[in-house]
Design a protein around this ligand. Structure first.
Ligand SMILES: C[S@@+](CC[C@H](N)C(=O)[O-])C[C@H]1O[C@@H](n2cnc3c(N)ncnc32)[C@H](O)[C@@H]1O
Length: 351
């Protein structure tokens, strides 16, 4: 017995996601690309949601149901009914995400956006009649949710939906993601010296946590300074380590201490709040880097890129994750929309 599960990913990484699912030994019976960045994979319905958490997936719609219907109201009715049933006896908060395929390609004004919003409104309207009690617990845009309902409108009269209990992975990072389609809103920054700042913005959005004003942060492989700038925007004090200097305005910032040193040899004199690293190095060096920091708890949290040449190096990813968990950190790997041939490892101690 199998059921359709939908996975979204950064488009062009569909085959990488499927290869990862095979690597995870998920019992996939068949896989179909429904749209760029949207895969249907048939899995046993009882597959634990956390077992179906590949790093290359940005979002998941487990045990999804397909609906064909001619009108907005008719498309909305089965979603409203599934929500009513799922929320009955469930005291937690919930939200409903209305997705369209174009947004998976990063299109800010994707086709069918308006129709999807009208379907979402029709679901909420229906719940007013059938489960008014549930509407009070909806947190629009909420990040900490007990239940997430999602639908993807594939065509004017065709959608897939799922209503899913939300699991916490690390800090605010959940599975399914409580960011719509797992996509963070990354503002344009014309002053950022590199577009790589987008990856760190996505990581903080995924974690629903970021440095606090005055937090000590270490940025390894910091040049030209995209990540350092993001840390400064959160009010952090940054030790930036690279062989090459940062952009002049960052070098001149009194909250930045630049060290022209080897990122792998550097250790802070005191534990810091955040270690971030975008160093370009062989994948296995990331485990070595973390082994120099985490067993002595030199950082509270970390965001570290692991970069590949060719196929993902799963051995290196597992080794790096193992170093983190062995040192008492919870760790999540994700391939963000702005990640290239790399993964973002995010970890933290405590809650
Ligand atoms: C992708 S860039 C970092 C971009 C940066 N995160 C930003 O947003 O501007 C990688 C950096 O790692 C640095 N790097 C590579 N190996 C290093 C090492 N062993 N020690 C210090 N820096 C290193 C390179 O000089 C390069 O500036």
């Amino acid at each position: 017995m199998t059921a359709p599960w939908l996975f979204t990913c950064r488009h062009t990484f569909e085959s990488t996601l499927l290869a990862e699912m095979r690597h995870l030994q998920l019992p996939l019976m068949r896989a179909v690309e429904l749209a760029p960045g949207l895969l249907r994979v048939d899995l046993p319905p009882e597959t634990p949601i956390l077992a179906a958490n590949p790093a290359y997936a940005l979002q998941i719609l487990p045990n999804a149901t397909e609906v064909f219907a001619p009108s907005i109201r008719a498309l909305a009715l089965p979603i409203a009914e599934a929500l009513r049933v799922a929320l009955d006896g469930q005291p937690g908060t919930w939200d409903l995400h209305a997705l369209v395929p174009g947004q998976l390609k990063g299109n800010p004004k994707p086709p069918m956006r308006r129709r999807a919003d009208l379907i979402r409104d029709a679901v909420l309207e229906r719940l007013k009649d059938t489960a008014r009690w549930a509407l009070k617990r909806r947190v629009a845009g909420g990040r900490q949710l007990a239940v997430l309902a999602q639908f993807v409108l594939l065509d004017e009269g065709q959608l897939w939906f799922a209503v899913t209990p939300v699991q916490t992975l690390q800090d605010g990072a959940t599975w399914p993601a409580t960011l719509p389609a797992g996509l963070a809103d990354v503002p344009d920054d014309d002053i950022a010296p590199a577009s790589s700042y987008r990856k760190l913005v996505e990581a903080f959005a995924c974690l629903d946590r970021a440095p606090q004003p005055g937090d000590a942060c270490v940025d390894l492989g910091a040049c030209p300074g995209g990540w350092t700038r993001v840390l400064l925007q959160h009010g952090a004090d940054v030790t930036a380590v690279d062989r090459a200097p940062l952009a002049p305005h960052l070098m001149a910032d009194p909250r930045v201490t630049f060290l022209p040193a080897d990122a792998f040899a550097f250790r802070p004199p005191q534990p810091v709040a955040w270690l971030v690293s975008d160093v370009i190095a062989f994948p296995e060096r990331v485990g070595e880097l973390l082994a120099g920091w985490l067993p002595s708890q030199l950082c509270e949290r970390f965001v570290v890129q692991i970069k590949f040449k060719g196929e993902p190096d799963w051995l290196a990813v597992e080794a790096a994750k193992w170093v983190a968990t062995d040192a008492g950190y919870r760790v999540v790997a994700r391939h963000f929309f702005n990640d290239k041939n790399e993964l973002t490892l995010m970890g933290g101690r405590g809650d």
